[in-house]
Design a protein around this ligand. Structure first.
Ligand code: FMN
Length: 191
């Protein structure tokens, strides 16, 4: 499987990036080709619904999202929602998310924002018919220390999410590749 993990925090000491890196390792452990995109390294214009779509990084990211069998988004939680860089990424890459399998990771300060990944999941589901994996990984500031992910429970959840990304993507590919299902292909293989 060809998997993509996008870290959406612009913070130099990002916990989202720690989780994203760990997820990449877990996906590689299950044998998947996995690429990490860190938005700190990719400058994206703010979406203006117009000429900003012509930016070359928009085309580059859209192509990676479209080519992946599943995509994970690791995002900071700001004001009970995901940070603006993640929202801007979705606005800029729009239809490349069509029917994608998506895993969601959130880096937060405390425990009370645990529902904050729902709105972005809803909009990906409603706008682009994404399959949102029902295994969110939500880490608080206690989960990280000295630039490392130190919470064993979060590490375990990242391993499980990697397993789910692999499993869902493989099952759909198997289904779509089967001649019996040629008239009823679903999601990623149906385009
Ligand atoms: C502007 C701003 C708003 C924040 N809002 C919340 C919030 O609503 N809930 C929460 O738990 N943490 C909040 N935090 C804390 C961040 O979620 C936390 O610092 C997290 O580590 C950010 O992810 P990152 O390290 O990947 O950048 C906020 C931080 C900032 C800078």
């Amino acid at each position: 499987m060809n998997q993509l993990v996008i870290s959406c925090s612009l913070s130099p000491t990002s916990h989202s990036a720690l989780m994203a890196n760990r997820l990449v390792n877990e996906l590689r452990k299950v044998g998947d080709e996995t690429e990490l995109v860190d938005l700190r390294d990719v400058s994206l214009p703010f979406c203006d619904g117009n000429a900003s779509y012509d930016d070359t990084n928009v085309a580059m990211l859209s192509a990676k999202i479209e080519a992946a069998h599943a995509v994970a988004l690791a995002m900071p939680i700001y004001y009970y929602d995901v940070g603006g860089a993640a929202r801007n990424l979705i606005a800029m890459t729009g239809s490349s998310w069509k029917e994608q399998i998506v895993g969601l990771l959130g880096a937060a300060g405390g425990r009370s924002s645990y529902m904050s990944l729902m709105p972005i999941g809803n909009s990906l589901m409603l706008d682009f018919r994404c399959i949102i994996l029902p295994r969110f990984v939500y880490a608080t500031r206690q989960s990280c220390g000295n630039g490392k992910l130190i919470d064993a429970a979060i590490q375990e959840r990242l391993g499980r999410l990697a397993g789910d990304m692999h499993h869902f993507a493989s099952c759909l590919r198997q289904f779509n590749d089967s001649p019996e299902n040629s008239s009823q292909k679903c999601t990623k293989g149906s385009r």
